[in-house]
Design a protein around this ligand. Structure first.
Ligand SMILES: Nc1ncnc2c1ncn2[C@@H]1O[C@H](COP(=O)(O)OP(=O)(O)OP(=O)(O)O)[C@@H](O)[C@H]1O
Ligand SMILES: [Mg+2]
Length: 288
């Protein structure tokens, strides 16, 4: 299994009704640890085009924060700023690392930032081909993150890669297949395995179920809920689909034109939206 070099961070709750409450609740969590990530006044422009404007948010340990909004509203831009793939024109992203140290993500030396991106963080792309190396085996895709985070034993790495393949419900016998031999749903699960293998604390999910048919979507959502709950992951989940947001996220932020227009507990935002734009979004979406 050879080491592969592409890692664009790729570039992800238990079954039952509704998402469980996060272990640490925002803001009145007396004595609890603080947010794992805090973004303030993030602005980013692509030339004269607004990517996002004045975006601030907190992600708390163990919670899934949903980010919804129409196409072009800035969701992917925000995810890339939070994950350190894009540098904001202004504003800050603070990350509390595993030892509890608050780090200014965009001021870190590039090697330190890359290490965090490949170990403590994960990024699941909407298009799995952006998050996978298609010319090496599935196993090598998973092993790559392990090797770059210090694993040395070939046998150990291979065993862990196989184990993770099975955890995302892919037959371990497919370890040496190239990703091109996988179906769309399997590719997305492989991308998730690749990201979770290093035990990240914070995962960014960009439309993880986009482009999948409904039955595959449901299984993947269930898998994500279980993994997030079992691993105590925090995640920022971008989705067009309000039903997906309702299923997975405890809190929700609504974006429009690069700005956050509404935020709150997911059920509150979806059942009793305050902003006319959110009302429109909710009423124009067929929710199940
Ligand atoms: N590489 C780019 N070059 C120029 N403009 C861009 C680029 N990427 C995004 N934009 C613009 O920035 C704005 C926000 O885009 P972004 O991709 O963040 O939206 P989004 O909410 O993720 O949309 P979608 O739901 O379609 O993925 C849009 O106006 C988009 O056209
Ligand atoms: Mg997007």
């Amino acid at each position: 299994m050879s080491e592969i070099s592409t890692d664009n961070m790729g570039d992800d709750k238990p079954a039952g009704g509704g998402p469980p409450l996060p272990p640490s609740s925002p803001p009145d969590a007396g004595g609890e640890p603080g947010p794992i990530m805090t973004a303030e006044s993030l602005c980013y422009a692509y030339g004269d085009k607004t990517g996002c404007r004045n975006v601030g948010l907190e992600v708390w340990p163990g919670e899934i924060l949903g980010l919804v909004g129409e196409s072009g509203s800035g969701k992917t831009t925000v995810l890339k700023l939070l994950s350190g793939q894009l540098k904001p024109d202004s504003g800050t992203v603070r990350y509390a690392d595993g030892s509890g140290t608050a780090l200014d993500l965009h001021a870190l030396p590039p090697a330190k930032k890359r290490l965090l991106q490949r170990t403590e963080m994960g990024f699941v792309h909407q298009n799995p081909r952006d998050g996978l190396n298609m010319i090496v085996s599935a196993g090598a895709n998973i092993a790559d993150r392990l090797l770059s985070s210090g694993a040395r034993s070939y046998r150990g790495v291979r065993g862990t890669a196989r184990d993770w393949l099975e955890r995302v419900e892919i037959d371990g016998g497919r370890l040496d297949d190239r990703p091109g031999q996988y179906s769309g749903g399997m590719l997305q699960r492989l991308q998730i395995a690749r990201n979770l293998v290093t035990g990240p604390r914070l995962v960014f999910l960009d439309e993880p179920t986009g482009g999948l048919d409904v039955s595959v979507q449901a299984r993947l959502l269930d898998l994500l809920r279980k993994l997030a709950a079992n691993l105590g992951l925090a995640a920022v989940l971008v989705t067009h689909d309000l039903a997906v947001a309702r299923l997975l996220s405890q809190r929700l932020m609504v974006m429009r034109g690069g700005e956050i227009v509404e935020s709150g507990l997911t059920d509150q935002v979806l059942d009793d939206p305050r902003e006319p734009y959110t009302q429109l979004l909710v009423s124009s979406t067929l929710e199940t």
